[in-house]
Design a protein around this ligand. Structure first.
Ligand code: OXD
Ligand code: MN
Length: 581
């Protein structure tokens, strides 16, 4: 039901194909949400958690074969295979459409088709972009309501603007052999079938805000990135905004909600976003960023009073949990949370430690950003927030120092392109292997990485006031396998140095791989890290870096002629500097 003919025609056409019993246009109201929640409680799709300890909180248990994003079943369908690049699975668009039409035919019989108009970003922001997701999952509707600005206001913007990203989703029969997440960037279209989980099904997130948006961003001259955004406020009340890219489940949510340690009285971290950042150069030449999302879809295990007290506080109410365990009295529970005992595991079976963890390692919480104690009104700013720094990071036990600053924008782009990390449970596949994950976008860039790096490099021609680029690694281990750096709140010390570098107030020493803090440049007051450990955290092992640079060079080369020359040259420059050291 819309006056916008193009949208109405698409909904009619999808309904004719999928044959739902009913069609429901979501208005985003509290009443609608309540009805949908009650419907799912009644049909077992949601379990109400303890209303005394966790009012308005629900647990969803997904099918055990549907617990993570499926990168091997995710495709970018561009007319030319090279445009999707070696970083994506590719299918010819016509073939993909035919395959998907077969899946969708009649798949909503007996089900309700929900039409979800949504806006990624503040509803009045020129940086925001809208989409419409059609789904047969009320769980998806409830999640999209938390994760995006969903409902009437978004529909009005779409009707006014006349353009939107089309996302068609059905859980189908949750058959892993009939599961596909297809992207058609040229048509601003997504089709997802056979999964009801997270990034596979909440199409506003990875599918729209990263894969399709990265394509849109390239055409329109901005960047859609897998980055958190925080504001760092000093005791004088000055706020510096930082965006940071880390591969999945490397602690982005924890960093986005960091609480400064006691030795930082008067400092405060403001949370703008924990996963996605859209940014563009403003009229003043600075990079301005918005968080297109309105909620957090965070990994639950490991979230505790120690690692992320703000997250724990916001999960007390109005939260949807997916695949966590529950205690005897129906409170959500996961490994690392506290010393309560799980009664039922994530599958709803009595907990038995010999059968694995109680909560699935990729279990999640979905909650509105506004529930976060460090949430800032600036997350609603229509012009976004100005960035002082961009941070790239990864999970590396060895080699990569705690922090380093790039020599230039080009060098920063190389640091991003060379990012690598040990894999975690956020995607299916093996855990603990090092994989290259440029800009943390490997599963999310909707086009050829070679072209993507050229796009990044092109920003140096657009402005001379770009943010400075840094690289961090919180995850160095010693010979005994213990983390050397305490991480979490103590990462504030690294942010402090980064900001001080941006305002010209901190020193650094030049190394072949970039600028590193010297002993004394980092504030280490009140922290139990020995001088030897600090030395290990900031050392540059020249021989090991030569091997790393050769491997980075080969990786860049694997994108063939699409890899920008300037990036290869930058790689060569660092390799030569290492040789001369
Ligand atoms: C996420 C991911 O869920 O990156 O945010 O996998
Ligand atoms: Mn993510």
């Amino acid at each position: 039901m819309t006056s916008f003919r193009e949208l109405q025609a698409w909904v009619d056409q999808v309904a004719a194909l999928t044959q739902p019993e009913k069609i429901h246009w979501c208005d985003g109201s509290a009443e609608e949400n309540e009805q949908l929640i009650q419907l799912q409680v009644a049909n077992g799709g949601l379990l109400e958690l303890n209303p005394e300890t966790h009012p308005n909180c629900y647990l969803h248990r997904s099918d055990p074969n549907d617990v993570a994003r499926v990168e091997h079943l995710t495709f970018v369908c561009t007319p030319l295979k090279e445009d999707a690049g070696p970083n994506n699975n590719w299918m010819d668009p016509a073939e993909a459409r035919e395959l998907m039409a077969d899946q969708f035919a009649g798949c909503m019989q007996g089900r309700t088709l929900y039409v979800i108009p949504y806006c990624m970003g503040p509803i009045d922001s020129p940086l925001s972009r809208c989409g419409v997701e059609i789904t047969d999952s009320p769980y998806v509707v409830a999640n999209m309501r938390l994760m995006t600005r969903m409902g009437d206001a978004a529909l009005r913007r779409i009707e006014h603007e006349g353009t939107f990203v089309r996302g068609l989703h059905s859980t189908g029969l949750l058959d892993p052999d009939n599961r596909y997440i297809m992207h058609f960037p040229a048509d601003l279209e997504i089709q997802s079938f056979g999964s009801g989980y997270g990034g596979n099904a909440l199409l506003g997130k990875k599918c729209h805000a990263l894969r399709i948006a990265s394509h849109q961003a390239r055409t329109e001259g901005w960047l859609a990135e897998h980055m958190l955004i925080v504001g760092v406020e000093n005791p004088q009340g000055e706020v510096h905004y930082i965006a940071a890219a880390f591969p999945s489940a490397c602690g982005k949510t924890n960093l986005a909600m960091l609480i400064p340690p006691e030795s930082y009285p008067g400092w405060k971290i403001w949370t703008v976003g924990d996963d996605i950042c859209w940014m563009r150069v403003g009229e003043d030449g600075r990079m301005w960023a918005i968080n297109p999302e309105a909620g957090f879809f965070g990994v639950a295990p490991g979230t505790s009073e120690h690692t992320n007290p703000s997250a724990l506080a916001m999960l007390d109410r109005d939260t949807i949990f997916t695949n966590v365990a529950i205690t005897e009295d129906n409170q959500p529970w996961w490994e690392g949370k506290d010393d309560q005992k799980p009664a039922l595991d994530w599958k709803g079976q009595p907990f038995n430690a010999t059968r694995g963890p109680a909560a699935h390692p990729n279990s999640r919480f979905t909650v509105s950003s506004k529930r976060c104690p460090s949430w800032t009104e600036q997350a609603e700013a229509v012009q976004g927030v100005p960035l002082s720094a961009i941070i790239f990071g990864g999970r590396r036990q060895r080699l990569v120092p705690l922090v380093l600053e790039s020599e230039s924008w080009q060098h920063g782009v190389l640091l991003g392109a060379a990012m690598a990390s040990e894999t975690t449970a956020a995607a299916t596949g093996s855990v603990g292997k090092v994989r290259r994950d440029p800009m943390a976008m490997l599963p999310f860039c909707g086009y050829n990485f070679g072209d993507y790096w050229s796009h990044w490099l092109s920003f140096s021609e657009r402005s001379s006031r770009l943010p400075r680029i840094f690289h961090v690694n919180w995850f160095r281990k010693d010979a005994a396998g213990k983390f050397i750096w305490p991480g979490f709140g103590e990462n504030m010390r690294v942010l402090d140095w980064i900001i001080a570098r941006c305002s010209g107030e901190a020193g650094a020493s030049r190394s072949p791989i970039g600028l590193l803090p010297r002993a004394g440049d980092l504030n280490l007051e009140g922290i139990a890290v020995s001088p030897e450990s600090m030395q290990a955290l900031l050392e540059v092992d020249v021989a090991a870096w030569q091997v790393e640079m050769a491997s980075i060079g080969q990786y860049l080369e694997s994108f063939g002629s699409r890899t920008p020359q300037a990036l290869q040259q930058e790689c060569q420059r660092v390799a030569t500097a290492l040789q001369q050291d």
